[in-house]
Design a binder for this molecule. Structure first.
Ligand SMILES: [Mn+2]
Length: 376
């Protein structure tokens, strides 16, 4: 796409100027296809509608308040055997049986999908239009077993394993953080080499059991017991406050996980902190999994979570961090601990959506998505 940057004036900020130039280079091919598909499937609009691209029945992105809420209005794919036909497969792991205080994350996937309707596929600063760059589907949810953690873990591992093996990039909508063990187990079983984990959280989540079971405080104890998921490749970002159980801290010390508090990250600078996190997670690893607990943000930004903790990150800090991490490839991402029943004005679900969108956008920008080349 040709565009003469000299036609841009220089009164905008440098990021905005780059964004304006980037947008001019983005195609509208897939958008045009979506419009035509809407007219074909949803009937051309009534005679009084001036914009003849508007169908009678809403199909696709517009209007944002209409339609069936899959993630970013991606097509719902009922046949999971087709996951591999998409670059990205989004699915829910609606389970809060591992929760030790506030429940409700079984509604996390629904909450995230609902508010994701607010977003289009284009990011101004990133200069990326997901619709024009990748194909994405929503596979619906894993069939979790509310009263049985272990059976649920097996279901989640089987589901993640299936999606990862299909070649689609897995995006898992949690669910409480207990799912971090079965998700990484589902990826690790396909690797010959090591799986690193970048873990955003206020809590270490490294104790063996909690309340006599493997709860949402325990995923990394069990994940790092897997032969190819060493604790040395687990980097834990944003840890701190009054909710870190001492048994988990002892485990982290013994197993030599890498812990970075909010102050550590802010003092060294987000760029340096992200570089350190990447070094640790990627050290001799074949792939890296991103596990994002929304409670790594200050409690003010995430009221809808299981264990809110003041003193966490600002949204712009974690978003910057995520953007830097996604300059390297990822095996997949999970966003956990979003509990819509405790949320206010959907802001926790909105953060969860944003983290996923920024991750995907940066993977596209860095050339890691689509994995199999350009859109066909
Ligand atoms: Mn947490």
């Amino acid at each position: 796409m040709s565009f003469d940057e000299s036609t841009l004036h220089d009164r905008s900020g440098p990021e905005a100027r780059a964004a304006l130039a980037a947008e001019a280079r983005l195609p509208t091919t897939r958008w045009d296809e979506e419009v035509n598909r809407g007219l074909e499937l949803g009937l051309p609009g009534a005679d009084s509608i001036v914009d003849r691209r508007i169908p009678t029945f809403s199909r696709g992105e517009l209007p944002h308040f209409a339609g069936i809420n899959t993630f970013l209005k991606a097509p719902y794919v009922e046949d999971v055997g087709l996951a591999g036909e998409y670059d990205v497969a989004v699915f829910g792991a609606p389970f809060d049986g591992g929760t030790t205080y506030r429940p409700g994350t079984r509604f996390g996937p629904q909450g995230i999908r609902r508010i994701s309707a607010l977003y289009g596929p284009y990011s101004f600063e990133l200069g990326v239009d997901l619709r024009e760059s990748i194909t994405m589907c929503d596979l619906g949810d894993i069939f979790t077993i509310p009263a049985n953690i272990e059976k649920t873990f097996d279901q989640i591992t089987k589901g993640v394993s299936h999606v990862f093996a299909s070649g689609a990039f897995p995006v898992v909508l949690g669910g409480d953080h207990s799912i971090g063990f079965p998700t990484t187990r589902g990826v690790a079983e396909h690797l010959d080499g090591k799986l690193g984990i970048i873990h955003f959280d206020r809590h270490v989540d490294t104790q063996e059991t909690d309340l006599d079971e493997r709860m949402h405080t325990t995923p990394w104890f069990h994940a790092t017991n897997l032969a190819n998921v060493p604790a040395e490749n687990l980097v834990q970002v944003g840890i701190g406050g009054w909710q870190a159980p001492r048994p988990g801290v002892a485990t982290g010390r013994e197993r030599r996980t890498t812990i970075m508090t909010v102050t550590d990250c802010v003092n060294m600078g987000i760029e340096a902190a992200a570089e350190r996190a990447l070094e640790v997670a990627w050290h001799g690893a074949e792939a890296v999994w991103l596990s994002f607990d929304v409670d790594c943000l200050d409690a003010a930004f995430v009221p809808g979570t299981g264990w809110p903790e003041p003193g966490g990150f600002l949204p712009r800090e974690v978003l910057k961090f995520i953007q830097l991490i996604a300059e390297r490839p990822l095996a997949g991402i999970e966003v956990v601990e979003c509990s819509p029943p405790y949320d206010n004005a959907d802001i926790t679900s909105l953060i969860a959506t944003r983290v996923i969108c920024d991750t995907l956008g940066c993977l596209v920008r860095a050339g890691h998505l689509p994995k199999n080349g350009a859109l066909s």
